[in-house]
Design a protein around this ligand. Structure first.
Ligand code: BES
Ligand code: ZN
Length: 418
């Protein structure tokens, strides 16, 4: 019975999640000239096979074999017309019950960029000894001081916005509020600045805390999560979307890591960027722009961790490490961090099945990313993307998020110290 329920739920949820993509696609096909525009999408081999059969779509001759994204999960690049987007979306939804089952890789002008990118796509070199674990004293101290109360306060504040939709005034105001919080937390700390990363096509900015490293400032460690939320199918600008789990929980975790590092007067040797991405829920748009910008500027990112949904317990796992669109070598390091600093937790592993969050934007640009998640894929919080994604789904506590603070702190401390 539970199984049948969960299948029905999955289909229903699939519907909701996929609406993001359908409407995104629909939004892209307006004028007839635009609808004949050539685009490149990437999708899983089984989906690609069906799209070729049913819609006569052809594979793209672009080669991206060198990209990290393709090494961790096989993808096929397809050449399509913009007007086919909606049909593709519907087919993937109908036959595969998969959401975000494809990604737009390039269109128009950025096609040229992609060709160039694939030609020069070589992963940045990782430092030798990067994955050493040698900051036990500091990390264990931090781990003892994690405050569940602080996590709750931030989740409550963020989820009390009507929504954090990327096109709404609330979505902009919530990022403004977060910027002020992060500024207040870090104002006494040497080498820290907090800035907006403005996006050209929508009002919601991303927020970035840059904490400068003392020895290798040009090497960066990224800890990020998305600040936006979404619910409803129409009038999303006003639809209630508390997003307590998805993803106030991840942003609260990042905020608590920041507070703890400042409390320890931490002096990183590599730089750390803490990021609240805009517009994740509508196709990873904020993080895609940021990761592309870093890549174009030649920024040397040594490691990325994504926090998206960390406060819902599936009854079995304390944490589940996402295995696709992430970096194997860095994932092994993350598992070693769990063994060292959270030896008692139950850690599972699971693929997400598609580019389900902002880690994928970094992976696409050849940067190593990891994504520790709240639950097994069949048992995650089914209230996300609805008005019911509130704290009472987590029994009004933030207990499940606590080990994520320790892991994220361990990740940035160990990676930012030589
Ligand atoms: N937090 C979700 C992703 C997620 C959901 C991961 C369930 C694991 C289990 C994220 O905010 C999201 O909804 N992502 C979009 C991505 C799409 C717009 C490319 C999604 O899954 O629809
Ligand atoms: Zn999310």
């Amino acid at each position: 019975m539970k199984r049948i329920n969960s299948i029905i739920l999955k289909l229903l949820l699939g519907n909701l999640l996929c609406w993001n993509v359908v409407s995104l696609a629909a939004g892209l096909v307006l004028p007839s000239a635009a609808s004949q525009r050539e685009m490149i999408i990437s999708t899983a081999p089984d989906v690609a096979k069906r799209l070729k059969q049913v819609l006569g779509i052809e594979e793209s001759s672009l080669q991206l074999e060198k990209s990290a994204a393709l090494r961790t999960s096989p993808l096929v690049l397809l050449k399509i017309q913009a007007q086919q987007l909606e049909a593709i979306s519907q087919l993937i939804h109908r036959e595969f019950h998969r959401c975000g089952g494809f990604m737009i890789e390039a269109d128009g002008a950025s096609l040229a960029e992609l060709t160039l990118e694939s030609a020069v796509h070589a992963d940045l070199e990782r430092d030798k000894g990067l994955y050493q674990i040698n900051q036990q004293v500091l990390v264990e101290k931090i781990s003892r001081e994690v405050s569940e109360g602080n996590l709750l306060t931030t989740i409550k504040a963020l989820s009390s916005n009507p929504n954090r939709y990327y096109r709404s005034s609330h979505g902009k105001a919530s990022q403004q509020w977060l910027k002020e919080q992060w500024q207040a937390l870090t104002k006494t700390q040497w080498g820290v600045s907090v800035d907006f990363f403005a996006h050209g096509d929508f009002p919601q900015p991303s927020v970035i805390v840059s904490w400068k490293g003392s020895l290798r400032p040009e090497e960066i460690v990224v800890l990020g999560g998305h600040g936006d939320s979404i619910a409803g199918m129409f009038s999303r600008e006003s639809a209630p979307a508390p997003g307590a789990d998805d993803n106030a929980s991840g942003i609260a975790t990042i905020t608590e890591v920041l507070r703890l590092l400042v409390a320890q007067n931490f002096r990183p040797e590599r730089s750390i960027h803490f990021i609240s991405y805009a517009a994740e829920e509508v196709g990873l748009r904020g993080s895609a722009e940021i990761a592309r910008h870093y890549k174009n500027q030649g920024v040397n990112v040594q490691g990325v961790m994504q926090l998206d949904m960390v406060n819902f317990f599936d009854g079995r796992n304390d944490m589940v490490l996402i295995t696709d669109n992430t970096d194997n070598e860095q994932n092994t390091f993350v598992k070693n961090l769990v063994a060292a600093y959270l030896p008692r937790i139950r850690l599972g592993e699971n693929p997400c099945g598609y580019a389900c969050s902002d880690h994928a934007s970094w992976t696409r640009q050849g940067y190593p990313a990891s994504f520790p998640f709240e639950a097994a894929m069949e048992d995650y919080n089914s209230a996300i993307h609805t008005a019911r994604d509130t704290l009472d789904r987590s029994n009004n506590n933030a207990r499940h998020a606590v080990p994520f603070v320790t892991l994220a702190a361990a990740f940035v401390v160990e990676l930012s110290m030589l």
